[in-house]
Design a protein around this ligand. Sequence first.
Ligand code: SD4
Length: 318
Amino acid sequence: MWGIIATWRMAVEGVQKAADMLKEGGDAGDAIEAAVREVEDFPYYKSVGYGGLPNEEMEVELDAAFMDGDTLDIGAVAAIRDFANPVSIARRLAKEKVNNLLVGEGAEKFAHKEGFERKNMLTDRAKIHYRNRVKEITQQEIRPYSGHDTVGMVCLDTKGKMTSATSTSGLFMKKKGRVGDSPVSGSGFYVDSKVGGASATGLGEDVMKGCVSYEIVRLMREGLHPQEACQRAVSQFDKELRERRGKAGDMSLIAMNNKGEWGVATNIEGFSFAVATENLKPVVYLTRIVDGKCVHEPATQEWLDEYMRTRTAPLVEK
Ligand code: SD4
């Protein structure tokens, strides 16, 4: 069995690419890296890689992680600037014995020495978003921007190896140096090939409070199906946050176990994800919350067309 699951519609081209590799017996590390890079390189996605939205200083600071579920190796970078594919830097770091999580300038120096491609990640389009946002923002609190799209994935190859990876520009207008859940083990991602893996998108500050990706893997280890594990972890933690803090940030989690079974849960309307397995060709699903339970339906062609149209629509400066 092989499979890959990823947050948001934007991941489907990468999922397709990974599926092509996995069905030929490709490695889960290579497949997930190729899939995440595909998202990082597409300039119209506003929360990942090139074209990602900047922090309050108008700099694009990126977070990314990679985990190998066989060895439990982890590599992650946080607040890194001017490199094209943070997920590849994270994967390279995962091979190091020490220094698995590097931030800011240290991460940039490592990437430079390792020969990674430098790239100015701030696009003209992102600059317009920035200037428009500056005009709106004065009294608003910072939260995931509408259409916020961190990519998080879990992958299983035919040898039973599992991997997990994330990549994000974090929250639009975040403070310089702010790091979310995406490069933090157990929060934005976790994977153990003996069980399965999970990954998150949403408000990092809240996801980190519950180590939600690890919690889902823990529940799967106890025998829960990935869908039940995601549902229980997200519902319980959402409730916990509301009881203790009066509100809960956006939280959407995807998971897959080592049999290729998968699950998704969210506390928001409008979450989409992409999945492919040996038995399922790459497909985009939309999740609705019905009586407190997440229900997934394949996205219609109309929805898919509208998604691309709005993502690539001309942008006017306000
Ligand atoms: C963060 N979790 O930096 C990320 C943001 C995100 O979709 O997921 N946006 O907090």
